[in-house]
Write a protein that binds this ligand. Structure first.
Ligand code: HEC
Ligand code: HEC
Length: 399
């Protein structure tokens, strides 16, 4: 952790030095924002967003479920040989990632570990959108041979056989874990873990303070948001076009695009991305079209109903949130990019043949100069805080 702080501090210092040496340059100093730019900045807040309840999960928001889910997330007994828990890869103090290029469970998996904070209210989960609910996404790693490598029977037997876990199951679902029907227990465990994950919301950042001052029509408190961060913000919402995809309070539209950012295919094979995600989702026993969806209105299953396998989505990945990035290097779906500078350089110099907009037309490189690239990085860093949204509390023993 100290090295991370140091690196962040060095990054900020470099930007300050650059700023001083550019004092005569017209890119230096605080920018002014037009009324329409202010409206866009306001759309990136307020933060945190109001908590939402997941209607497809009947224990969403229930305190007993949250407590139980907290324990399960850290419990390696959920894995077949007892060596891997969710927290093996989603490490709290690493903003719920592992800082590896590609996740390492029982073996190396295909993709970089994303954070599990700020997910409440999302439409699709996973880099390829292979799940349509937080609870079904939470079931996937339990079954994956490379991750927890378990079975519904293994999980159900663990819950039935452990007094504390069985007690918590009873408190959460109002019934003893049934002697038969392993799958029902298994799905309920996914819903319990999802109830815990919904509570993870990263803390307020320097950007949020700046945004809220603008919302109140006040100038930001002097010295709280650097000129470089403000210039980077102006690029982000203007010339950079970043907010077309990284939109809203969580800096993601939740949609899928091909950016050419992750260059290296895992295991030498191209990663099909969204098209395979849709195939997986439609074939899943645990999607919102299944009987495990607790939303009787069927409202939330509509989008799943409308999904089609579309060749044009090959190689598309979900737009990630940009909050707390300073804790989650390396970057990109394949973890091939080491620093935020390198991400920004990619967008700045990107090969038009690699980036295709939804209409199929090649994108254009942004051609940001070195000072602009530095400003954009300082802005991205201002979306981070060392608060990972978690206050450990497992509620003590269950009686
Ligand atoms: C081996 C490391 C590893 C383990 C163990 C692991 N995960 Fe993950 N997790 C990943 C990776 C890699 C992804 C991205 C998967 C993809 O898109 O293909 C991911 C994605 C997710 C997501 C989706 C995040 C998003 O942005 O949509 C959630 C939620 C999640 N994991 C929860 C869990 C839970 C709950 C457990 C324990 C039951 C768990 N994970 C265990 C590596 C891991
Ligand atoms: C066309 C939509 C789109 C635009 C425009 C866009 N991004 Fe992205 N961004 C994505 C997608 C999709 C990914 C994940 C791609 C991957 O890894 O293959 C991503 C990934 C990132 C990441 C890595 C995050 C992580 O956790 O790994 C950063 C940082 C980032 N973008 C910043 C920016 C900045 C800065 C701009 C503007 C210069 C920008 N993006 C413009 C869609 C977009």
């Amino acid at each position: 952790m100290p090295t991370r702080f140091a690196r962040l501090a060095v990054g900020v210092t470099c930007a300050m030095v650059a700023w001083t040496s550019l004092a005569d340059d017209r890119t230096a100093g605080a920018p002014t924002f037009t009324e329409s730019e202010i409206q866009i900045i306001l759309s990136h807040g307020p933060w945190p967003m109001p908590a939402t309840q997941d209607k497809t999960n009947r224990v969403s928001g229930k305190p007993e479920a949250i407590e139980f889910g907290t324990r399960l997330f850290f419990d390696a007994r959920l894995s077949r040989v007892g060596d891997t828990s969710c927290a093996t890869c989603h490490v709290p103090e690493r903003n719920w990632t592992d800082n590896q290029r590609r996740a390492i469970g029982r073996v190396v998996v295909d993709r970089n570990t994303p954070t599990v904070s700020n997910l409440s209210g999302s439409r699709w989960y996973g880099w390829d959108g292979g799940a349509d609910s937080l609870w079904s996404q939470s079931l996937r790693p339990m079954l994956d041979e490379r991750e927890l490598g378990a079975t519904p029977k293994h999980v159900a037997d663990l819950i039935r056989g452990d007094e504390q876990l069985a007690c918590r199951y009873r408190r959460t679902f109002g019934e003893t874990p049934p002697a038969k029907n392993d799958e029902a227990i298994f799905v309920n465990i996914g819903k319990t873990i999802a109830a815990f994950l919904e509570t993870l919301v990263s803390g307020r950042t320097p950007f949020d303070q700046f945004r809220d001052a603008l919302a109140r029509g006040q100038p930001p408190l002097s010295g709280t948001y650097s000129d470089a961060a403000q210039r980077g913000l102006k690029l982000f919402i203007g010339k950079g076009g970043c907010m077309n995809c990284h939109s809203g309070p969580n800096f993601t539209s939740g949609e899928f695009f091909s950016t050419g950012l992750s260059r290296f295919a895992p295991n030498g094979k191209p990663d099909a991305g969204r098209i395979e995600g849709v195939r997986k989702l439609l074939a899943s026993r645990f999607n919102l079209l299944s009987a495990y969806n607790d939303d009787a209105s069927g409202e939330l299953a509509k989008q799943t109903h409308q999904l089609v396998v579309d060749k044009k989505t090959t190689g598309e990945f979900k737009v990630p949130s940009l909050r707390n990035l300073v804790l989650t290097e390396p970057y990109g779906r394949d973890g091939s990019i080491d620093r935020l500078h390198d991400v920004v350089r990619h967008y700045s110099e990107l090969d038009p043949l690699r980036l295709h907009a939804k209409d199929g037309k090649p994108g254009t490189p942004l051609k940001l100069n070195a000072a602009e690239q530095r400003d954009l990085v300082v802005f991205l860093e201002s979306l981070s805080t060392y608060n990972n949204g978690w206050r450990p509390d497992d509620g003590g023993p269950c009686r």
